[in-house]
Design a protein around this ligand. Structure first.
Ligand SMILES: [Ca+2]
Ligand SMILES: [Ca+2]
Length: 78
């Protein structure tokens, strides 16, 4: 899909969203569409508590899992 969107305004390029989506799919080892503490731990090679705090920071609906939307929000809000 090639849209001629101007570079101004959005801040986030489509390509970086695609990169984030690819990263998310890479983290989601069991392909259930959510990234768990365990998957964060393994994917990012971090400690238990780091993974837990990442989940805490990114999880918006409180199910202790990160959906693709939550993952994208975590990056695009910054
Ligand atoms: Ca998963
Ligand atoms: Ca969630």
């Amino acid at each position: 899909m090639e849209k001629c969107q101007s570079a101004q305004g959005t801040g986030l390029k489509k390509s970086s969203k695609e990169t984030l989506t690819a990263t998310f799919k890479d983290l989601d080892k069991n392909k259930d569409g959510k990234v768990s503490v365990d998957e964060i731990k393994k994917g990012l090679k971090v400690e238990d508590e780091v993974a837990a705090s990442i989940i805490h920071a990114w999880d918006e609906d409180g199910d202790k899992l990160i959906s693709l939307d939550e993952f994208l929000n975590a990056f695009t809000h910054k």
